[in-house]
Design a protein around this ligand. Sequence first.
Ligand SMILES: [Zn+2]
Length: 295
Amino acid sequence: MAGSSLKYRIQKNREKRAGQFAEEILEAAGLLSLPVDPLALAATEAPRLKVAGGDFKDHFDGLLEYHPKKNKFFLLYNTKYDRPFEDHRPRTRFSIAHELGHFYLEHHRAFLLLDGRSHYSSGEFAVDDRIEREADAFAASLLMPKALIHPLVNQGELTPERIKAIKEQCHTSLTSMAIRSVSCSDYPCDIVAIQNGRVAWRFPSEALIEGKCYPLDKKEALRSKNAQRAWQAFKKEESVEEYGEGPKTDWFRSYGPASRSIIVSEHYMPIPPMNMLLVLLTISEEDLAGFQDEI
Ligand SMILES: [Zn+2]
């Protein structure tokens, strides 16, 4: 157990460093403004890095390869999600940013140089390979730099409206902005993804953990009656309630009787293309502080 949690922390640190590095690169290139243009960053690496987009069907979302004879890197990105005469879609932008992670992160690049093979990447999330998660962390920070979004996120307790507004400014997907906003939030909050009626993944904010509020294990059945109802409505393509409230024990491990009296606000955000219902959970800071006093 201790071993696995140490491994987890090491991995999280690696992802954090990859993210910080992305922001340093942006700043050094003078491109730290919203929306971030990953292609403008790539252009600063010409002629060593060549970039091209095309409709590569279902073959890959992005690809970075090294050609030893030319001593050049080639970054290809799939434009199949784009619409004609429009800016690149969030998913395309994420793919480009992810491949730039492989280009900029030293040990990723070293692997390509040594091996000379192509690196294929697909999918915006849920890649469990360590290297892929580092490249995802790089991409998330590149497109949603903490330096720029932290002040926007922390205008107050997080709300779906604020997440949507920042997502528009950053040209990212709602899902990636929801995750990023919670991770940059100074308030106690948590983003929970429900798929197939169960919790698929969730990311709590630091303030929540510091407040000794720990998410229930993903393996546990969904306790919240509100969330069960919302999921059923979502599945039947009926309209989903935007807001609900429930006891803290619906979502978190609790100690002591005080925890029962804490109310968790639940904001539902349907993501039909991913067959996923996002739930933004927020707890008032005062309630959480009171909870700590009583244990
Ligand atoms: Zn990759």
